[in-house]
Design a binder for this molecule. Sequence first.
Ligand code: NAD
Ligand code: TYD
Length: 349
Amino acid sequence: MKILVTGGAGFIGSNFIRHILATGKDYSVVNYDKLTYAGNLENLASVADNPAYLFVKGDICDAGHVEAAMRDCSAIVHFAAESHVDRSIYAPRSCVETNVTGTLVLLETARKLGVARFVHISSDEVYGDMFPEMFAGEDSPLRPSSPYSASKAGADLLVQAYVRTYGFPAVITRSSNNYGPFQFPEKFLPLMISRALDDKPLPIYGAGEEQRHWLHVEDHCRGLLLVLERGQIGEVYNLGGTDIERNIAVARKLLRILGKPESLISFVQDRPGHDRRYALRRDKIEKDLGWKPRIPLEDGLWQTINWYQDNAEWLSKVRGGEYQSYYERYYGNRDSSLLEIARSKPQPS
Ligand code: NAD
Ligand code: TYD
């Protein structure tokens, strides 16, 4: 089966491509990726020469190019997105263009070409934050808080509209926060690990009391393959993580593993609209497809920290160039507040 994977040069997409090619099953992959700051072909160096793998550079908003790349593919696994909440706060337009318009282009092209299966990768963030003890099920209302999560929710609704209106063969997955090898160090865990490795301050937003539900990317990819192979058309599946933890507790945990002092923790200006707690129910996918995450956070943290230590060259390359200016813009003058940055740039491209 030939599969078009969008956003395959990013964190989860590249883990998924390696995972699917390692199954030994009859899969071939076209990786369609624009190579934004978050896309990195070095993530796929181990499969670059695999005859079942092909990379095509392109933008999911470019309908003509998407159609050429999608031809002959019988399934789509759609990861491509602007995936970072903080960036979406100061650049909402590019986030909506890729996440909503790009998804629409893919849906329309796949419908036209008669693609047999479309797996749309979404996020727990579409449910908004959960009160203590509450968990989001697949039928919970969508209450997104950030431009990123609003754009993901918009894309989910488009997918559902295509299923209902056109009988389009799509499945939606919504997962918890992922972590693991090859994650770009703008996200919480790789940012904290890379800063701690350099003995630099760890910027914790607010008081660090927000909670995230953590899922190792290998568990996620295993679940996605099951959904691709056996998920019911028209259904939504939550892929909930193993541990729900406060950010400050995770930061302390990784400092302990690394043998670094807690004095590295630095509380900085909070994120505007910061979601307090994510928590997903995953009983549906457990029951229907027999999927459960297997890697507890403590084990996954050890493995991930080891990976970043062993891949110092990868880390130093991705932290050059654009990353430097991003980091300075966001954290260099954090006292001026992210909120002010967001207000002063209401509609950048
Ligand atoms: P990422 O930022 O690491 O990778 C995104 C990839 O998409 C990059 O390779 C980038 O070049 C590509 N891309 C961006 N815009 C594109 C465009 N217009 N056309 C083609 N390619 C484009 O993201 P990730 O963390 O791997 O997330 C992948 C997907 O999973 C996203 O849809 C995200 O919303 C979802 N998700 C992520 C998490 C998480 O914790 N990282 C959790 C739940 C859901
Ligand atoms: P992030 O990795 O951006 O994922 P998301 O916001 O999509 O869940 O952030 C995870 C949590 O970590 C979130 O509560 C915000 C917090 N955070 C910090 O405290 N400091 C940081 O520098 C970053 C990037 C995130």
